[in-house]
Design a protein around this ligand. Structure first.
Ligand SMILES: C[S@@+](CC[C@H](N)C(=O)[O-])C[C@H]1O[C@@H](n2cnc3c(N)ncnc32)[C@H](O)[C@@H]1O
Length: 345
């Protein structure tokens, strides 16, 4: 069978020329991890003047379709039939909340939600838990969480979401947004927000939320957790136990000015130094078999140096031609690349 993926119109806006190539790469990564060699001949193709990504596959079963429904740029999936007819294949993505959870927040320095989903997906596919994407409550840590784009995406998937950011304004903005959003959507939850003390000293602030998508789940204690800390990322293991998270997903500071707010704000070291200091801590937080996904600006650190920081922390870089094709241009000052690395075990 031949299938055709129609790409989200917003992905074309976000990535301009890269959206098709990134979709091809993401599909190859899914195919390698969870579609057991079912998918082949992945091609960028124009159908009636509209760009699609097409591929060959044995007829997709329900499970395969459920995985593909979560590709970061998929808008619709079609089976290509005789005479060039496109038959829509129903998609049932994991998304358990309204999508304004990820689309409402807009601020300079935000990692766009489509790329955040791509990074989370590629990280998950690089871990030993890829097969559990659809039915496990995974734990995702963003140790450079900003105003929570990764946390919101993890929550959409039904996962537990942990975050750390040293910027107090980001912490407060996220805290205000998520609590207001949960209230407006009448999502059953309880929240605690307060200072964290060690030896009677305040070492940071912490927001902990327990929530469930339905009242029944909440009653049955089938809940998700959000746990966001305002602290330096190198202190991550003061807040969670070693080997307690499945995935670490981080979009590193770009080291450039962005609008009125500097991306380098609060940075007391270069992005590469930050990575070298923090990678051992992040690796320590991962469970064996877990994976770390990192995106960064190659104008401030080259791929080999970033990869060395992860390898030195005891992680194994997951590499393939598809992984190499995740690099793309963001703007004049930012060329973004992605590294996925797994904790052995
Ligand atoms: C590219 S931004 C991430 C944006 C985030 N993904 C979002 O969409 O809001 C990088 C973040 O790293 C944070 N950061 C930089 N150095 C840090 C450190 N040493 N500890 C904790 N956070 C840090 C910055 O405050 C910034 O929010």
């Amino acid at each position: 069978m031949r299938y055709a993926i129609l790409i989200l119109p917003s992905a074309n806006r976000v990535y301009a020329d890269s959206s098709v190539g990134l979709t091809v790469a993401e599909l190859e990564i899914f195919a390698g991890a969870v579609l057991e060699g079912e998918v082949g001949d992945i091609t960028a193709e124009d159908i009636a003047g509209v760009p699609y990504v097409t591929f060959d596959s044995a007829p997709l079963d329900e499970r395969a379709t459920r995985f593909l429904a979560n590709l970061s740029s998929i808008y619709a999936l079609f089976a290509v039939e005789g005479g060039g007819l496109l038959r829509p294949v129903p998609l049932h993505p994991l998304d358990r909340f309204d999508d304004d959870l990820v689309t409402i927040p807009k601020y300079p320095g935000k990692t766009n939600e489509q790329f955040t989903k791509l990074l989370l997906n590629a990280t998950l596919m690089g871990s030993a838990f890829a097969g559990g994407m659809l039915d496990r409550r995974l734990t995702v840590l963003d140790p450079l969480a900003g105003r929570g784009t990764t946390l919101n995406q993890a929550m959409m998937y039904g996962y537990d979401a942990y975050g750390v950011d040293r910027d107090q304004k980001d912490f407060e903005a996220y805290s205000t947004f998520i609590q207001r959003w949960l209230k407006e959507k009448r999502i059953k939850h309880r929240a605690e927000n307060g200072p964290v003390r060690r030896n009677r000293q305040v070492v940071g602030r912490r927001l902990q939320i327990t929530l469930a998508a339905t009242k029944e789940d909440y009653k049955a204690a089938d809940t998700q957790r959000i746990d966001m800390v305002n602290a330096d990322t190198t202190r991550t293991l003061e807040f969670w136990k070693p080997r307690s998270v499945d995935l670490v997903v981080a979009d590193a500071p770009y080291g450039v000015q962005h609008g009125s707010r500097t991306q380098a704000k609060g940075l007391n070291r270069s992005p590469l130094e930050l990575l070298r200091d923090a990678a051992p801590v992040w690796a320590g937080a991962l469970r064996p078999g877990g994976a770390l996904g990192l995106s960064w600006n190659t104008f401030v650190a080259d791929r080999a140096d970033a990869a060395a920081a992860l390898t030195d922390a005891g992680l194994e870089v997951v590499d393939s031609p598809a992984h190499r094709r995740l690099a793309h241009r963001v703007d004049q000052a930012i060329h973004r690349d992605v590294l996925i690395a797994r904790k052995p075990g």
